[in-house]
Design a protein around this ligand. Structure first.
Ligand code: JEB
Length: 234
């Protein structure tokens, strides 16, 4: 899987060389390239923004640098197997299903905007050539797309075979299909008693059936309290 990031802050993506994703890069499972969008500017000030047509506060990212970056990175031939991910507050919510689908992609280009966003014609042009996903990390406002791209990257890449040491752990996580899309149950480790708090007895019983039942009940109760929207049968 090749991941490209178009951004005016490429250093944001230096962290991808650390930990699990770093190992995935070292193992050749993932190939990461961060690009400074100003590479595709031609004026002395390396300008990437301009005033919004129709007025309004702030600045909008000019289309030209993005178009020239697309030309260099992707060429002009349409290829639906290339996925262009545009983090945006107006995007559809990024969910585990999106991460799962994108984990099968061979190529993903993240377009990280700043200011008040990217000239919409960039999205229109990209949509004619590649598979475009306008996605939002959540219902809060960030200053740009980089943090969202990092979070989406981790959610996607950890699902790629060979990246996680123990793929079985994926099936027991919150939002995973094996968990019926419920929140994950509380987890514990040693010691059995810590500052007056004990590990639930059932988890120390060695009775796998009782443990599985307790975990299902915990997941449903936690989901009922915190995320009733995830419950389908109530
Ligand atoms: N994904 C995602 C996001 C973003 C986000 C993503 C890209 C950009 C490019 C610029 N801004 C600032 C900005 C602020 C307000 C209005 N319009 C733009 C971005 C915010 N904010 N919140 C999310 N969940």
């Amino acid at each position: 899987m090749r991941l490209d990031y178009l951004t005016i802050f490429p250093e944001f993506f230096d962290v991808l060389g650390i930990s699990l994703l770093g190992k995935a890069v070292d193992n050749g499972i993932v190939d990461i390239h961060a690009h400074d969008l100003r590479t595709w500017t031609h004026d002395r000030h390396r300008t990437v923004d301009d005033t919004p047509c129709g007025g309004g506060a702030g600045m909008v990212m000019k289309p030209d640098p993005w178009g020239e970056a697309f030309d260099d990175l992707l060429g002009a031939d349409p290829d639906p197997s290339v996925h262009v991910v545009i983090p945006t507050p107006s995007g559809t919510p990024f969910r585990q299903d999106d991460a799962a689908q994108l984990s099968h992609a061979d190529r993903i280009v993240f377009c990280c905007g700043r200011y008040e966003g990217i000239d919409h014609r960039v999205i229109d042009y990209a949509s004619e050539h590649w598979s475009v996903h306008e996605l939002s990390l959540g219902d809060y406002v960030l200053n740009g797309g980089e943090v969202a791209a990092l979070a989406m990257t981790e959610a996607i890449v950890r699902l790629v075979p060979g990246v996680l040491g123990n793929p079985e752990s994926l099936s027991e996580e919150s939002y995973s299909q094996d968990q019926e899309g419920l929140l994950e149950y509380p987890v514990y480790t040693r010691p059995a008693s810590w500052r007056g708090w004990d590990v639930p007895e059932v988890l120390m019983s060695g009775h796998h059936g009782h443990i599985a039942q307790w975990r299902r009940e915990q997941s449903r109760e936690l989901t009922r309290r915190r995320r009733p929207d995830l419950l389908t049968d109530e």
